[in-house]
Ligand binder design. Sequence first.
Ligand code: BG6
Length: 369
Amino acid sequence: EKGGWTSFMAKEVSEQPDAVANTLRGRITAEQVVVPELTEFGDDVLAGVRRIVIIACGTAAYAAQTAKYAIEKWAQVPVDVELSHEFRYRDPVLSEDTLVISISQSGETMDTLMAVKYAMSLGAKAISICNTQGATIPRESDAVIYTHAGPEVAVASTKAFVAQITALYLFALHLARVRGSLSAAEQAAQVAELQAMPEKIQTVLGVEDEVRQLARWMSDTRAVLFLGRHVGFPIALEGALKLKELAYIHAEGFAAGELKHGPIALIEPGQPVFVVVPSPRGSAHLHPKVVSNIQEIRARGARIIVIAEVGDAAVLPFADTVIHIPLAAPLFEPLLAVVPLQMFAMELAIAKGLDVDQPRNLAKSVTVE
Ligand code: BG6
């Protein structure tokens, strides 16, 4: 039921604080992450994992790319992220100490299901991250961490995405605890960041009017670029995907560091570019690099919309529009920065008179290969 909302998408965007809070519930004890489903799967097995391969499609694959940074930093296990359909049809090298994690909102995406079955047939253990109770992928897997985002009806994924990142962060912190790779104080600090996310996401939802204005001004835009660095990179990709899916606008996300290796050639006067800016406090080494990217494209006439931490004064002189997100540790910024990008795509689609819940040619879950 849509309730008082104009679309399921608007409703689901607004439900993101709850999606995160509900996914955290019951999985944090005494400032530590203890995911009961993982304890049952076997902490001894987790302690022996030498490599993690995450398989997913679409938005779920961007959740995986985001979490790669956290899993490698906290649990110190190498992570590869693979699109399910690519993974399945090459000859991936898997050994018994490889853990495969699939991510699927529906739990029914055929490519992901086939990739899970294939990995298990080669001897890998498989954990599913899924939003749909009793779906096929979790049933076929060795263990499941359910995201509790609630049913997602709009075709373009929003609240499931933030819930997937949350579940993956819980996984990373559980793994870090059993492997002893984080001190108790570091674990507690990450737990506190996680617990603060629902309220911070709620704050970001307040940029709605600003984003709607922006989308209205931009309703005849033909192409939009998105730049991000570190965890902002998969968020740039997700921002571009949302815009393609909903507003049928050519959109591309790039790693900001790649700018000089090609994308800068696309910049001409008036070209809109969204830049997800890392925190000047938390990412002091990356922030100036991204600011200098902004200056480079600004000098070529780009129209710049930045998503930046509150109080980031360095971006102000070079941005046409600044959308603020609350302070958070760098690995947690994606959960905040993605929200205005979702809203922008939705509002631009609305401004163009499009159906945001049922974009043309797309299905909520693709159950054929
Ligand atoms: C696409 C949906 O077809 O499938 C996307 O439109 C989604 O929103 C992708 O991210 C993967 O779906 P699932 O259910 O496996 O997460």
